[in-house]
Design a protein around this ligand. Structure first.
Ligand code: MGP
Ligand code: SAH
Length: 267
């Protein structure tokens, strides 16, 4: 009677790893493309060691936690940490009574932080597996009950949604987005940056747009010329990772000078 082989990837003997994989010190076999992100795992999720789940796109796309936290705190300021923001009714101080649509949920980096700072989050993704990972990760952070996970295409769903804020971190075309000196806003996969933004404007008067650090800020402001726009540089641990363009009243709260975001101590 032949025993069944255990499902799942088995670790190969040292020195025999495929060149398209690498083995982490704790025995996980991950795509080689992820190797440079592995060293950043505790910057991506401070609670990584508690069982955070990622896939290849999740690894290279997730917003580092200090940046996601900063964005969520900025969004929560929209209706004021005072005016309508929870004081006196049991909610956390500074907790914003806002509904945020996270249009591209991924493995949940931003959705988790919005749920920590805002009342309700609608987190959308076209990939069911990644959405399930986001739910699992949100449970680790204890905020899954504040997130409505929606499997679907944001572009198609947008006309049916209403919220206070839309956050967008669409796919940029993979890590090779860095090949261009200036990122072409028409080169996003599926739709141009303006088309995505026009969709978001159907949902909310305030939009935060997370994009490559090599975007031209003037082009970003010109995507929605009637709205105030604030373009923010997002650093982690001293490295510029991305930029966020805030449109609408969001551009006017928590307006920032370029700076390095401090990160709390991690275990
Ligand atoms: P990066 O430039 O791929 O990595 O992504 P890094 O560590 O700056 O490496 P370097 O070799 O380029 O210096 C930087 C950050 O951008 C990532 O941590 C993600 O938060 C974000 N990011 C990268 N990509 C490829 C995407 C993407 O396709 N979509 C989204 N939403 N975010 C991305
Ligand atoms: N902000 C996320 C990362 C987003 S990565 C985080 O911090 O974890 C971009 C995500 O957009 C991917 O998971 C991809 O599956 C999803 N996506 C691509 N096209 C989409 C669409 N039309 N509607 C919704 N999600 C989409």
């Amino acid at each position: 009677m032949g025993g069944k082989k255990k499902a799942g990837k088995r670790r190969k003997p040292k020195g025999q790893e495929d060149s398209d994989t690498f083995t982490t010190p704790d025995g996980r076999v991950l795509p080689a493309s992820v190797q440079k992100y592995w060293q950043w795992r505790h910057h991506l999720f401070w609670r990584f060691d508690e069982g955070i789940e990622m896939d290849e796109e999740g690894w290279y796309s997730v917003t580092p936690e200090s940046i996601a936290e900063h964005t969520a705190m900025r969004v929560a300021q929209l209706y004021g940490a005072g005016a309508g923001a929870g004081a006196g009714d049991g909610a956390e101080p500074g907790y914003g009574r806002l509904c945020v649509v996270e249009a591209f949920c991924g493995v949940g980096g931003n959705a988790i932080k919005f749920a920590s700072w805002c009342e309700h989050v609608v987190a959308i993704d076209v990939d069911a597996r990644r959405l399930a990972m986001a739910r699992h990760n949100a449970q680790i952070y204890g905020v899954a009950d504040r997130i409505e996970f929606v499997l679907g295409d944001f572009y198609a769903l947008a006309p049916m949604l209403r919220a206070d804020v839309v956050f967008m971190s669409p796919p940029w075309g993979g890590p090779q987005y860095t090949d261009a000196d200036v990122f072409d806003l028409d080169a996003l996969p599926f739709h141009t940056a303006r088309e995505w933004l026009d969709r978001a404007r159907l949902v909310a008067p305030n939009v935060a747009y997370f994009l490559p650090r090599s975007c031209d800020p003037h082009q970003l402001a010109a995507l929605w010329p009637e709205a105030p726009c604030d373009v923010e540089l997002n650093y982690t641990n001293g490295f510029l990772k991305a930029i966020t363009a805030y449109y609408g009243d969001l551009a006017l709260v928590g307006r920032s000078e370029p700076r390095v975001l401090a990160e709390p101590d991690r275990p």
